[in-house]
Write a protein that binds this ligand. Sequence first.
Ligand SMILES: C=C(O[C@@H]1C=C(C(=O)O)C=C[C@H]1O)C(=O)O
Length: 311
Amino acid sequence: MGTVAFGDRFGLAADADGHPELSVPMTSPGFDAFREVWTTTTRPVSGTRDGLHFAHDGEHLFVSGTITARPVYAPTVRTTYEAAFSLVTELGYPHIFRMWNFVGDILGPNAEGLEIYQDFVAGRAEAFAAHHGEGTAHMPAATGIGTRGEGIAFVLLAARTSTPRHVENQRQTPAYHYPEQYGPKPPSFARATLLDPGGTLYVSGTASILGHETVHRGDVAAQTDVVLDNIAELIGGPNLSAAGLDGGHELKDLRLVKVYVRHERDLPVVRARCREALGPDAEPTFLNVAVCRDDLLVEIEGLVPGQEWAR
Ligand SMILES: C=C(O[C@@H]1C=C(C(=O)O)C=C[C@H]1O)C(=O)O
């Protein structure tokens, strides 16, 4: 249905079959470069509209868009994300269950001195409010992460008939309730989304944050341990049960794990801790990018495959 190429360039195009292919510059020597390909068992229909590329198969929809570098992002983020949300509705896949937001120069200032991440977050919040109203119930699992280039790109996955359940983490303040010290608008995402009962559990980008505060500034090993503990709590039985969901998982159940490491020098320590905590089947990939706060050194995401994964 769609591909994300994690490598050294930025761009969005149709691949040889007409399906969206987004390229994001996120690697450097010693890190990984790879293509994440979202597949389906039926032949997807693909197309473009308003500069967005999409493909859908009757149950799932993949949409990708890009925004070139500019002095201030919020107005363009708003119109681009609103266009994507309209597309989702018009094509009949109203349940967004996962988003990735790739933000170039994420910690740099925009032309007005606002951090580019906060500039992005404001535009996205406006798009969510315009499309879904002021509530938070529809906010999906997401990642908002730096790249090694400029401009913003995103991918969203949406479903036609599934009823996604969005899950918070008892160890963390919901991001949409972060206090104003982090920026004019809080980030619009949930900590995880379960696609269907017994389905795949998508785990958002998770960092060394307890409550709303960064912990273990400057200590990448301790930050990695908090991230892993945060994810273990999020996917474990008690937290899922607090969200009204059955079951519970462990770190070794995670797949498609992506580990975002800010500093090249920290890779060996982060890799060693992930290997120990995740077990042999997680096959984590490592990318070399900044995280959404200057004091965060590492971020991890992944998913727990559900029954549809086996098909
Ligand atoms: C690390 C955090 O946020 C990051 C930013 C996100 C976003 O803005 O979409 C989503 C998850 C993380 O990638 C956090 O606030 O805990």
